[in-house]
Design a protein around this ligand. Sequence first.
Ligand SMILES: C[S@@+](CC[C@H](N)C(=O)[O-])C[C@H]1O[C@@H](n2cnc3c(N)ncnc32)[C@H](O)[C@@H]1O
Length: 293
Amino acid sequence: MTLPELISACAAQLTSAGVSFGHGTTDAHDEAAWLTLWQLDLPLDSDPETLDRDLTHDEIQAVHALINQRITTRKPAAYLTQEAWLLGVPFYIDERSIVPRSFIAELLAEGSIDYWLGPHTQRVLDLCTGNGSLAVLAAMTYPDTTVVGADLSNDALAVARINVDRHGLASRISLVHSDGLQQVPGQFDLILCNPPYVCAASMAALPAEFQAEPELALAGGEDGMDFVRQLLAQAPEHMTSNAVLVLEIGHERAHFENAFPQLEVIWLETTAGEDQVLLVTSQALRQLHSLSL
Ligand SMILES: C[S@@+](CC[C@H](N)C(=O)[O-])C[C@H]1O[C@@H](n2cnc3c(N)ncnc32)[C@H](O)[C@@H]1O
């Protein structure tokens, strides 16, 4: 059996087992290719056609064992390999934090928020940093900034620590234990936040792969906006006058607009569409606060 044949067989097995995707891959073929290449210690950018040799019995057995583990445990592949990739950057991952996949990463890479940034952008906050992926990507994208990564979960912060150190960014990224913005020091020019935003109805219907992730990272209360309400109330005092907040809210746009009908926001386009990530300026937030006083 060759590598392409093994990947096809594994993809068929994943499909018939009905596993869910969304933690780095979106279909059975990509998931099978990822797990197969990882198990055989081959680079992820290997072209299967160029690896058209016969595999040994042991190699095939080892790959089948990993695919079976993926099916029986229903854990995201990244928890099995302890590695996830976001925009070509590798991150260590384990079950103490969710698997990196924020669409904010795309906006950083594509310069989509650069219009609102400038020489004044010195201090960046990655609130709800979890695995630390956005803090690391922000520090890489904006080399003149310092970054604070904050999270309520000490477990997640331990994973973030590994990633910050792995990328040699400890001198520019500090990690802080904080409930929302409460223990975060000072003001920021840019706040990135991929918070827990999944509403109660969606939480109840989550596939097993998502239930394997920490509930604290996902559950946002009845309408998904519990954390976001607290954040938008506290944010103005932590933002400089030209600051912006970039906030991911997944599929909860209707709930967001219902909760903040008077807030002026800019929806940012990602590969997930135009209503999963928004930008709000410090001025718009201050205006909202003056309206509600
Ligand atoms: C959706 S995950 C985002 C992780 C990471 N930023 C990413 O994009 O992969 C949300 C994170 O928010 C953290 N969190 C939940 N409630 C929090 C709170 N009240 N204050 C700070 N962090 C919180 C969770 O521990 C989790 O790491």
